[in-house]
Design a protein around this ligand. Structure first.
Ligand code: SAM
Length: 347
């Protein structure tokens, strides 16, 4: 079921060295996209993301301060990163979010800031975030059935999320993308209703294969629905999907329902991994540079900063981390992400 990765035989393309301009890894991939977890806390408890009870959150003094966070963003901007995504946990519960967005956008080279959110609090923040420089949002939405939504998020209110989504659309946090994790026996039949949203709206509804994450028990082993299965379900309802070229680096394979205003995407880390084109690293809320979502390799930046390191040392640490980014996740070889859940890493 898990597809293997084609691993390159040589490390680094001949003209790429550790000292090259820009942030390259040893396989010649250039990193330009930083995903930042603003907090490990969340106001939902999605079944595939967090355990129902017993979630351990980190003490606040272990999380990066605003100043530390901005310092890392500044270093990454200098190294050629152009794109930031704010995530979590739930990014909208981070204090000073609007001001953080404004300051991140002021770094030369940062062209785009997007945010992945559950949208629960978005209706009252959307306009301020847009004004501060947030470009667009992805909203996690696994079902349009409010009872099912409540069950999958363990208490979430779909009407408030929908209001947040509409507020974001109204202020132009667009193009809007919706993320639905498809889970067997939970929402696999709802994909048709979710995809139908794109018929009249210029949104992209993306279907994600569930990934094995720490803290959520056996839901991955029992719940995986492959993108091929989801696509077959959509085609049985709507007819053949029309392929669309996705921008380079986009992990989604993109299609359009016949005659639709928007598009649907499939993100298939399990059945069709996209590691060869990976251009991203993650910054965890506690200041670790996480080199691959599904591997535990991390480089500590927080303690380096708190130990008084200057910008040159910090930049070097970021480059060292990126250089040793793993080729890909090791799911096919049986490696499992152990230790950190998705909400702690920043999905
Ligand atoms: N709280 C925000 C939200 O709900 O969008 C941002 C954080 S959430 C961890 C980021 C994304 O990770 C969401 O789109 C969520 O669906 C996805 N996610 C969480 N656990 C996952 C898993 N086990 N497999 C695949 N995607 C997962």
């Amino acid at each position: 079921m898990v597809a293997t990765l084609e691993r390159p035989v040589t490390i680094a393309t001949p003209n790429i060295s550790f000292h090259a301009q820009g942030a390259f890894d040893a396989y010649g991939r250039q990193m330009s996209y930083l995903r930042i977890s603003l907090t490990d806390r969340c106001n939902f408890r999605c079944v595939y993301c967090m355990p129902a009870i017993g979630m351990q959150f980190q003490p606040r003094d272990e999380l990066l301060t605003d100043e530390e966070l901005l310092r890392v963003v500044g270093i990454c901007a200098k190294l050629g990163f152009t794109k930031l995504r704010l995530t979590g946990g739930e990014p909208t519960i981070r204090p000073h979010l609007v001001e953080l967005v404004r300051q991140m956008k002021s770094f030369p080279g940062i062209d785009e800031i997007s945010m992945t959110t559950n949208a629960l609090l978005l209706s009252r923040m959307a306009a301020d975030l847009k004004e501060a420089g947030l470009d667009r949002i992805n909203v996690s939405l696994d079902t349009l059935d409010s009872d099912k939504f409540k069950a999958m998020t363990r208490g979430g209110r779909l009407d408030l999320v929908w209001a947040g989504l509409e507020a974001a659309d109204a202020v132009g946090l667009t193009p809007i993308k919706l993320n639905a994790v498809v889970v067997k026996d939970q929402n696999e039949h709802e994909v048709v209703d979710l995809a139908a949203l794109t018929i009249t709206r210029p949104w992209q509804v993306r279907f994600l294969e569930i990934m094995p994450m720490e803290g959520v028990g056996t839901i991955y082993d029992e719940g995986l629905v492959t993108s091929a299965e989801t696509q077959a379900r959509l085609e049985a309802q709507f007819g053949p999907l029309i392929p669309i070229d996705a921008p380079p680096g986009d992990p989604a394979r993109v299609w359009r329902l016949p005659g639709a205003a928007g598009t649907v995407g499939f993100i298939s880390p399990i059945s069709a991994p996209f590691c060869a084109h990976c251009n991203r690293v993650r910054l965890t809320a506690d200041g670790k540079l996480r080199l691959c979502l599904l591997r535990n390799d991390e480089i500590d930046l927080r303690d380096l900063m708190r130990g008084g390191a200057g910008d040159e040392a910090l930049e070097r640490q970021v480059r060292v981390g990126i250089w040793r980014k793993p080729w890909g996740h090791g799911l096919a070889e049986g490696d499992r992400n152990i230790g950190r859940g998705m909400s702690q890493i920043g999905g």
